[in-house]
Design a protein around this ligand. Structure first.
Ligand SMILES: Nc1ncnc2c1ncn2[C@@H]1O[C@H](COP(=O)(O)OP(=O)(O)OP(=O)(O)O)[C@@H](O)[C@H]1O
Ligand SMILES: [Mg+2]
Length: 271
C-alpha cells in the first residue's frame, strides 16, 4: 500500500482549506480508507472542527516537533500524539502551536530544517492510505514545510471575483518548492469552493480556471452550503451533521475520485 500525502494549501485565507481537509478526510474514512489528518495550521481550526481541542491540550504537533528538532524522533513519539476521532478510520495529529512564541520557534525550525514535518509523515506513513495536511494560509516557511512533506498540493479556489489573481504567487511558490525541498511535489488539483451556479462570476471563474490550468481543475465542485459551516461550528464533519446535504455529497464525490485514483483495489463501504 502506498500512502498518498496531500497538503491542502493556498496563501489566501478563508477559501475552504480546513472545510476541505475535514470533510474530504471524513468521506475517505467512510469509504474505508485509513486516513490521518495533520493539523499544521497554528490556528488549529481543523482540530476544533473535529471537536478535538481537548486532546490537543494533552499533546500534539508541538511535542512531536520538539523531539524532531533534537533528531530523536521515533515512530512511537509520533503515534503517541495521534488520536482517534468520532469516525472509524480517521485519526488526527492535532495542532497545539497557537502560542506566539511556539509559532516563532516553529517558523525558525521550518527555515533551518524544512524536513522535520516530512520525517513525521514518513514515520506515520505505514498505517494510512491517505494523509491530509492542513497548511497555513501564507507563503512563509511553514506552508513550504507542509509542501516539502507532501506528494501533492490540493488548492481550494474560492469562487469570488479576483480569485484567479492570487494564483501566480502560489504557482511561483510551488516552483520554488520543487526546485529546493521537494522536486516530486505535484499539483493534485484545483478545487472550486463556495460555488454558486446562480452567481454569474462563479460560472465565469470556472471557465477561466479550466482554460488557465488545463486538466488541473477538479470536475467536482464544492457548492456554497450553509450546512458545511454549521457542521464546522458544531465541531463535527458534515457526515455527522447532515450527510446528504449538497456540500457533503460534493465532498463524497471528490473522495470517491481520489480513492479510486490511488487505491482502486481497496474495499469500500457504502455509506
Ligand atoms: N462550501 C462552503 N459553503 C459554505 N460555507 C463554507 C464553505 N466552505 C467553507 N465555508 C465557510 O467559510 C469559512 C472559511 O472556511 P475555512 O475555514 O474552511 O477556510 P480556510 O481556507 O481554512 O481559512 P483559513 O485560511 O483561515 O485557515 C468558514 O466559516 C467555513 O465554515
Ligand atoms: Mg483553515
Amino acid at each position: 500500500m502506498k500512502t498518498r500525502t496531500i497538503a491542502i494549501g493556498s496563501q489566501k485565507g478563508g477559501v475552504g482549506k480546513t472545510t476541505t481537509v475535514v470533510n474530504l478526510a471524513a468521506w475517505l474514512a467512510l469509504l474505508k480508507q485509513k486516513v490521518l489528518i495533520i493539523d499544521f495550521d497554528p490556528q488549529g481550526s481543523t482540530t476544533r472542527c473535529l471537536g478535538m481541542q481537548g486532546k490537543a491540550s494533552q499533546g500534539g504537533l508541538k511535542e512531536v516537533f520538539e523531539t524532531g528538532a533534537l533528531d530523536l524522533l521515533r515512530q512511537a513519539d509520533v503515534s503517541c500524539f495521534i488520536y482517534p476521532t468520532a469516525l472509524d478510520n480517521l485519526s488526527l495529529l492535532p495542532a497545539n502551536i497557537a502560542q506566539a512564541d511556539t509559532e516563532i520557534w516553529l517558523n525558525q525550525q521550518a527555515v533551518e530544517d524544512p524536513d522535520v514535518l516530512k520525517n513525521v509523515v514518513d514515520l506515520a506513513l505505514p498505517d494510512y492510505q491517505f494523509i491530509l495536511i492542513d497548511a497555513p494560509p501564507s507563503l512563509s516557511a511553514l506552508p513550504r514545510m507542509a509542501y516539502a512533506a507532501a506528494d501533492s498540493l490540493l488548492i481550494p479556489l474560492q469562487c469570488g471575483q479576483m480569485a484567479l489573481n492570487t494564483m501566480p504567487r502560489l504557482i511561483e511558490l510551488i516552483k520554488t518548492v520543487q526546485q529546493t525541498v521537494n522536486p516530486y511535489l505535484q499539483i493534485e488539483g484545483i478545487l472550486l469552493t463556495l460555488f454558486d451556479p446562480a452567481v454569474p462570476y462563479s460560472q465565469k471563474l470556472l471557465e477561466q480556471a479550466r482554460k488557465h490550468f488545463k486538466g488541473l481543475v477538479f470536475n467536482e465542485l464544492i457548492p456554497r452550503d450553509h450546512r458545511l459551516s454549521e457542521a464546522t461550528a458544531a465541531g463535527r464533519p458534515v457526515v455527522l451533521y447532515d450527510m446528504h446535504s449538497p456540500g457533503s455529497r460534493a465532498y463524497r464525490q471528490l473522495a470517491e475520485f481520489l480513492r479510486y485514483k490511488y487505491h482502486p483495489d481497496s474495499d469500500t463501504a457504502t455509506a
